[in-house]
Design a protein around this ligand. Structure first.
Ligand code: FRU
Length: 487
């Protein structure tokens, strides 16, 4: 269905309750629906927002257009969890209901301040001529999950930034509040991460300047910046749109990347000893707008939108789209991020079955975790979500002698964004054993490689009868499959 502008921006109260119930049922009953990941109640989900720990619970919100698979009038939906795995929905938290966020309560972050959670986000406003003004806004969430918006934007936008100015992450350093915000310089049309500072939070904001972290241009816009501390190292995670592929290699329509440094200078807005060349945060097909934060104990956690802007997905025809990734615990090793499942993921494990590389295939179902250890001198293909005769399925091709690993989704059902390629590869050290930890949730695969040195996340839309996994030849390998419970 083609969405007109009027349909996309129709105020929420103009939609009927019955329509919403139908959309919720459609999403719940889809054979592609995820059962242990955050997925939209109805319609389209995009960026995770406000990832935080408050009032003895984990909180995450997500960008939502509840009325179909379109990027329409966005709001924040609210989820909480005791363990980062079992999430409960609290429905709509930030509605697009003021002049400043009239065309969408866009992405932002959350921070505990005294006994409330402060939400800092971008209000998308358009005038009658469809001219956009983004506003950086604030709201308080209390222990009853009630939201109170501030009356006014936090500050007036500087003249030198274009209409592309959004996705604030609120930070605190040396008793001052800071925010990093994705920005486009008006004159050069180049993307930047803009740093702001305030002593008071709700007033007194001043621009520090663009973060100095890359000598090369970031492209034409930088969305969803995050600055976190990972094992004592500052890490900048961001989505540079239009980044020159000569600067850093990526195949997705837009990448989600990171830089590391030795320190972050808040006064000079500089990532000290920046790694300069950004690296893909995820080596799969569908991760974007990752949001990360430091928990009260200092640990860094990240959660991603599994979906990309400007692409359509096969469930669009079922009027819903996308999901969030599982939460990943971040660590730092030799200038690189390690991403691991959180401990509580093990609590989803049900019945287990062990296998070795002599078995041609094993029935996994569509909701499982599989760990596989492959010896250092092996080459072959691991099929996942496959037909019983392995004629179709996701293909994980490996050669541990040369250190090659790739995932091919071209034989796994309906095509997804084939213009951007159907294979994603990573290079591993040669002559080393390979360790995979694979999570499948119906139409979502998350493949952790070598204890989180890489992760490949992707959607696939295969025939629901394809519930098998296995090698197409004898491989020196062993593994375990666990059925996973619903969250
Ligand atoms: C990234 C993004 C953000 C924006 C939000 C709107 O996917 O475009 O920059 O705040 O989505 O939904």
């Amino acid at each position: 269905m083609e969405w007109t502008r009027e349909q996309r921006y129709l105020p929420y109260e103009k939609h009927s309750a019955l329509e919403l119930l139908k959309l919720q049922a459609q999403a719940a009953n889809s054979s592609y629906q995820m059962h242990y990941h955050v997925r939209p109640n109805s319609g389209l989900l995009n960026d995770p927002n406000g990832f935080s720990y408050y009032n003895n619970e984990w909180h995450v919100f997500y960008q939502s257009f509840p009325f179909g698979a379109a990027h329409g009038l966005k709001s924040w939906m609210h989820m909480t969890s005791p363990d980062l795995v079992h999430w409960q929905s609290h429905g709509l938290a930030l509605a697009p209901d003021t002049e400043y966020d009239s065309h969408g309560a866009y992405s932002g972050s959350a921070r505990v301040i005294d006994d409330r959670l402060f939400l800092m986000y971008t209000g998308n406003h358009r005038d009658a001529d469809w001219q956009r003004t983004p506003y950086q806004l604030g709201a308080w969430l209390d222990k009853q999950n009630q939201v109170t918006k501030l009356d006014q934007p936090l500050f007036v936008n500087p003249d030198h930034i274009s209409e592309h100015f959004r996705d604030p992450q609120l930070l605190k350093y040396n008793d001052k509040y800071y925010a990093i915000i994705g920005a486009q310089e008006k004159d050069t049309q180049e993307g930047h991460i803009d740093l702001w500072v305030s002593d008071e939070l709700t007033t007194g904001w001043q621009e520090v300047g663009y973060v100095d972290c890359m000598d090369d241009s970031m492209g034409y816009m930088c969305e969803c910046p995050n600055l976190i501390d990972v094992d004592g190292h500052p890490v900048l995670i961001f989505c540079p749109q239009g980044l020159d592929k000569k600067v850093a290699d990526y195949e997705n329509i837009y990448p989600n990347m990171y830089l590391t440094g030795d320190d972050f200078d808040y006064e000079k807005a500089k990532l000290i000893n920046s790694s300069q060349i950004p690296v893909n945060l995820d080596d799969g097909f569908d991760v974007y707008a990752t949001q990360a934060f430091n928990a009260p104990d200092g640990k860094a956690y990240a959660i991603s939108w599994v979906g990309l802007p400007d692409l359509s997905y096969p469930t669009d025809t079922e009027n819903w789209a996308n999901c969030l990734s599982q939460v990943k615990e971040l660590h730092y090793q030799n200038g690189r991020l390690l991403q691991k499942p959180v401990a509580a993921m093990k609590e989803l494990r049900g019945q287990a079955e062990s296998f070795n590389g002599n078995v041609s295939h094993i029935k996994t179902g569509r909701q499982f975790e599989m760990t596989v250890d492959i010896a250092a001198d092996q080459a072959g293909t691991l099929f996942l979500a496959a037909a019983q005769d392995l004629s179709a399925g996701l293909q994980v091709r490996f050669d541990t002698r040369t250190g090659k690993l790739s995932v091919d989704r071209s034989h796994a059902g309906q095509p997804v964004a084939p213009d951007f390629g159907t294979v994603r590869s990573v290079k591993l050290p040669a002559d080393q054993p390979l360790k995979l930890d694979v999570f499948i949730d119906h139409s979502l695969a998350e493949i952790f490689v070598n204890d989180g040195e890489h992760i490949l996340t992707l959607r696939f839309f295969n025939d629901p009868c394809q519930v098998w996994a296995g090698f197409d030849e004898r491989i020196n390998a062993h593994g375990t499959v666990w059925q996973l419970k619903n969250m």
